[in-house]
Design a protein around this ligand. Structure first.
Ligand code: 13P
Ligand code: ZN
Length: 280
């Protein structure tokens, strides 16, 4: 069943776990993520970025997630990840996404507040929660290369209050993509943000972090953890290995199957790490 992210994240905040949020690129990844959620009895957030939505469309991803979510009893959220414009957020809302992120973190503070408020103003009457970002998560995020800059706790409090958002992505040293060396996370900063912001906090760039690092962040107030790169690697590894072993293969179903199996196993593991396994 499809639910909004608000109820899931508030439950996670109350009970000190995090809901895993997984980026899907194709039908196989959608099926694998939902199959893992069923097996783990876990709530799950499936999300798509602007570049993914350029590859197909909001309607296409929404339809795939809807078809899978309708078959299962675990709660499934369809979320716009790193929405880069008011127009895209509006499009996702109209297509039936049950959660949206507007990412104005590349703008100056007041402009970030302004675009975030515009999205909240249309999402709220529809009952759809909004995630926004303050501070800059580093690395390559979708089509943009970010330069890190950590979230300032007092600004986070002001930002949450003035925008009326339901969750806030914070920058505490993570980056999108593959880490050359595992980053040292600014857990003290996270604790300071938690003290002054009482809505669910979101960790981006979780691929490549140790399980311990993820769990420390959850203990200090993170309620949603985003994984993208590791899923892409897992899917492609399955496909690549199959084709390497059988160079004459031509049926996409044949090489999609091991890709899907890899994604399902990875997602199931991350659900255990995040503590959302068993929460549905
Ligand atoms: P990774 O690609 O580093 O897992 O980041 C995921 C993310 O933050 C998606 O928004
Ligand atoms: Zn992200």
């Amino acid at each position: 069943m499809l639910v909004t992210s608000e109820e899931l994240l508030l439950d996670a905040q109350k009970n000190h776990y995090a809901v895993g949020a997984f980026n899907a690129e194709n039908m196989e990844m959608v099926m694998a993520i939902i199959a893992a959620a069923v097996e783990m009895k876990s709530p799950v957030i499936i999300q798509t970025t602007p570049s993914t939505l350029k590859y197909a469309t909001v309607d296409m991803y929404r339809a795939m997630v809807n078809a899978e979510a309708a078959k299962v009893s675990v709660p499934v959220v369809m979320h716009l990840d790193h929405g880069n414009s008011f127009e895209l957020a509006e499009k996702a809302l109209k297509a039936g996404y049950s959660s949206v992120m507007i990412d104005g973190s590349h703008e100056v503070f007041e402009d970030n507040i302004a675009v975030t408020k515009r999205v909240v103003a249309i999402a709220k009457p529809m009952g759809i929660p909004v995630e926004a970002e303050l501070g800059k998560v580093g690395g390559k995020e979708d089509d943009l290369v970010g330069v890190g800059g950590c979230t300032v706790p007092s600004e986070a409090a002001e930002f949450a209050e003035r925008t009326g958002i339901q969750s806030l992505a914070v920058a505490i040293g993570t980056a999108h993509g593959v880490y050359k060396i595992e980053p040292k996370l600014d857990v003290e900063r996270l604790k300071e943000i938690r003290k002054v912001v009482d809505i669910p906090l979101v960790l981006h760039g979780a691929s490549g972090l140790s399980d311990e690092a993820v769990q420390t962040c959850i203990a200090e107030g993170i309620c949603k953890v985003n994984f993208a790169t590791e899923l892409r690697i897992a899917y492609t590894k399955g496909v690549r290995e199959f084709l390497a072993a059988d160079a004459d293969a031509f049926d996409p179903k044949k090489y999609g199957t091991p890709g899907m199996a890899n994604v399902k196993a990875l997602v199931a593991n991350k659900m255990q790490v995040c503590g959302c396994a068993g929460q549905a």
